[in-house]
Each structure stands twice: as C-alpha cells, then as structure tokens.
Design a protein around this ligand. Structure first.
Ligand SMILES: Nc1nc2c(ncn2[C@@H]2O[C@H](COP(=O)(O)OP(=O)(O)OP(=O)(O)O)[C@@H](O)[C@H]2O)c(=O)[nH]1
Ligand SMILES: [Mg+2]
Length: 399
C-alpha cells in the first residue's frame, strides 16, 4: 500500500493491508437488529481529554461540536457528528469523552461509553473502526495518557486492533525533527503503541486540515466492521460493566487509589498524635485540614467504585425505556410533519397550475420549493444515533 507523502502510515503487520482485516464477529446480536445499509460507516474517536477528538471530528464532518478552550474538559458526553459523504459512503463519527475528565468521574465515563457502544451493537450497527488521538506535542506520555490508552485497549480488546488507527495531531506545535523522533519512539517502545501496531493497528498523522482528516478516514471506511471487546462482553456475554475488562481495569485502579489513601490517612493520624502530644496547635490545625481533604477524596473514590458496581443494569433499563419513548415521539412527529408536508405539496402544485400563465420567475420559485419539499420527503428519517445521543443525555442529566 502506498501513502501520500505527507501522511505516514506505520503498520507492523508486514505489509498486510488494514483494509483486508477480518474482525471477530459475534453471532448473537439482538434479533431485532436493524440491518444497516452497505454505505453506512460508523467510526468512534477516542483519546485523552483535550487531545483534539472534537476538533478532528468537526474538521472531518463539517460539524460544529463544541471544542475546549481552557484546561477544563469539554466533551463530557458521547456525541454524534452530522453524517457526511466520503467516497460514496455515509460516515458517522462518534465523539467520546476521555477518562480523567475534570467534570465527570471515570466510572460515569465508562458507564456512558459502555451504554452507547452496547446499544449501538444491539441495534446491529457495528463500528468500521476506532481512531485513538494522541498529541505529538506531549513531551512525554504521562500518567493520564497512559491511563487513557490502557482503558482504550480494554474497551477494544486485541482482536479488533486491526481496525484501529492511532492518529497523532498537533504537529504544528513541534519541530519536524522532534515530532518524527517522538513518533518513532511511540511506535517502537513496548510501553507505548508498539504492541498495538504489532497486532495490526496503524499509526497516521493528522495535519489539522479536512483533507488530512479524510485521508485518515479513507484508511478505515473499507474495513470489515468490528465488534469491540466491551460490546461482546456487555451484549453477548451479558456481563455487568464492572465485570468487563475495562471495568476491571478501572476497579483495579480505584482499589490502588483506596490503598494509597488509606496509607496516607494512617500517616496523617500518626502526625496528628505527635502534634497533640507536643501541643503544636498550628500544625494540628493544618493536619486537620489535610485530613478533611483526604477524607473527601476517599469518599469520592469510594463512591466511584460503588457506582461502577451498581448502576449499569439500571442505566440499561432507563436507556431502553427512553429509546422507545423517543422512537414513539419520532413516529408522531414524522406523521405530523408528513401531513403538513403533503398539504404544502398539494397547495404548491395547485399554485403552479394557476400560475401557468404568470411570470417565469414566480414559476421558478414555486418549482424550486416543490423540489426542495420532495427531496426532504425522500430523505430517510435515520435518527438512530440522534435518539441514542438524546437517551444518554437524559440518563446522565444533560437535559
Ligand atoms: N494546533 C492544533 N490545535 C489543536 C488540534 N486539535 C485540537 N487542537 C486544539 O486543542 C484544544 C482541545 O481540542 P478539543 O477538540 O476540544 O479536544 P477534545 O479531545 O475533544 O477534548 P475533550 O472534549 O475535553 O476531551 C482546542 O483548543 C483545539 O483548538 C490540532 O491538530 N492542532
Ligand atoms: Mg471534545
């Protein structure tokens, strides 16, 4: 396979085409599966908070999803971009929140992503690929990036890596030499991306333009659609989110944090005893403040661990209810719209007959409106992802 000169593809699969990749397919997706048109392609975009996921999606799709300006996380829900055409296919990009979000707990993020991916799979819609965005401008792959990538791997599983593209961005923030050296390191070190590249993932550069985003997507849209590990676990194996590999990874981390906090609390208590014995009132007050802070943090982690355990099954029921309400509402809206639509069509046709002898500009205006209405009527109502997005929003308290 040859790549355009400004877009390097790194793939450790000895020249095997990523397009030729065959995904492990599950056989037991919902019986009511909605069979997708061949031309529909769904791609999820993941990565750490602030890595540029939404920017990439907006550039590729011409959407206007909100992007981050400051240090705070921006996208804290799963959101769906406007579908767009590429190479004759309708491409839908899914924007996901990163872990270590400043406004939401990791347990909430995982519940949200799990719920979204499970519902997608249950409705017969498989992902043609997953893009993982990494900033080449990061001078090291710190704790947050490593954690995000770990969670990403557990969400995908190994057998789906052939449909994964690691996309580096923010090349304008570093000199070419530095960027290339970092890229080579990321691709060859086994603590970074080397293991996934070896299992079939590819590494591509995003040059911050629509053209570059489309070049990346062209590598993915021909893929045989995949079933992610978490989709198999939640839907086929009917696991709870805490029993999935990603849930277990998150739980392990939360347990490590709890252990660390307990150690710190013990130490604070020892110091407190000493401060009381030596009647050091100022130090005692400082320690008291520290203890309160640590206790609040411990409560937060504890509640995160609880949330992960208990709420997924309830989320799922609420989500299914919300989806059927939205489907019913969409049906009613569509009926109402169709009535109005037909009325306007009839009236336009009548006006056209009546204006047969009037000015040609008036005729052209009426014909243009008629065509517009016919086109709108022919458009498929689609809307599965819009409904799914709304259902997730209402469960996670966005509206
Ligand atoms: N120079 C440069 N800046 C970028 C690029 N991609 C994103 N940015 C900037 O990086 C910041 C974060 O981008 P977002 O698209 O909001 O990142 P995100 O991954 O969606 O962030 P969250 O929603 O918070 O997880 C914004 O200020 C963008 O303008 C890029 O390729 N080059
Ligand atoms: Mg975002």
């Amino acid at each position: 396979m040859s790549y355009p000169s400004h877009q390097v593809a790194i793939n450790h699969t000895n020249g095997r085409s990523p397009q030729a990749a065959l995904w492990t397919q599950s056989t037991s997706a919902s019986a009511e599966a909605v069979i997708e048109g061949d031309s529909d392609v769904v791609i999820a975009v993941m990565g750490a908070t602030g890595s540029g996921k939404t920017t990439f999606i907006n550039q590729a799709s011409g959407s206007d999803l909100r992007i981050g300006r400051g240090l705070k996380s921006c996208t804290s829900v799963v959101q769906v971009a406007e579908p767009f055409l590429l190479e004759g296919r309708t491409v839908t990009l899914i924007d996901t929140p990163g872990f270590d979000d400043t406004t939401r707990s990791d347990a909430d993020i995982l519940r949200m992503i799990g719920l979204f991916l499970a519902a997608t799979y249950q409705n017969g819609k498989k992902l043609a690929g997953v893009i993982y965005i990494h900033r080449i401008s990061d001078f090291r792959m710190g704790g947050i990036s490593t954690r995000n990538f770990k969670m990403f791997r557990e969400l995908c599983g190994d057998s789906t890596l052939k449909n994964v593209a690691i996309v580096t961005n923010m090349w304008g923030q570093v000199s070419q030499d530095v960027g290339e050296a970092r890229e080579a390191e990321l691709a060859s070190e086994d603590i970074f991306f080397q293991p996934v590249l070896q299992k079939g993932a590819i590494m591509l550069r995003h040059e911050h333009t629509q053209e570059s985003a489309h070049l990346i997507l062209r590598h993915i849209i021909e893929n045989h659609p995949l079933t992610l590990q978490i989709q198999r676990e939640l839907v086929d194996q009917k696991k709870d989110i805490s029993q999935t590999a990603a849930g277990a990874e998150l739980n392990r981390e939360l347990m490590l944090q709890i252990q660390k906090h307990e150690k710190e609390m013990k130490q604070l208590q020892e110091e407190m005893k000493e401060a009381i014995n030596s009647k050091d009132e100022e130090y005692r007050r400082e320690l008291e403040i520290e203890t309160k802070k640590l206790q609040a943090e411990m409560n937060r982690v504890q509640s995160d661990a609880e949330k992960l355990k208990s709420e997924y099954s309830q989320d799922k029921v609420r989500m299914e209810q919300r989806m059927s309400e939205l489907t019913e509402q969409a049906r009613r809206d569509q009926e109402r719209a169709a009535e109005g639509h037909n009325r306007e069509l009839l009236s336009l046709r009548k006006q056209l007959e009546d204006t047969s002898s009037s000015s040609s500009s008036e005729r052209a205006r009426l014909e243009a409106r008629l065509e517009e209405l016919q086109r709108a009527g022919a458009k498929s109502s689609g809307g599965f992802f819009t409904k799914l997005g709304r259902a997730i929003d209402s469960i996670f308290g966005i509206h």
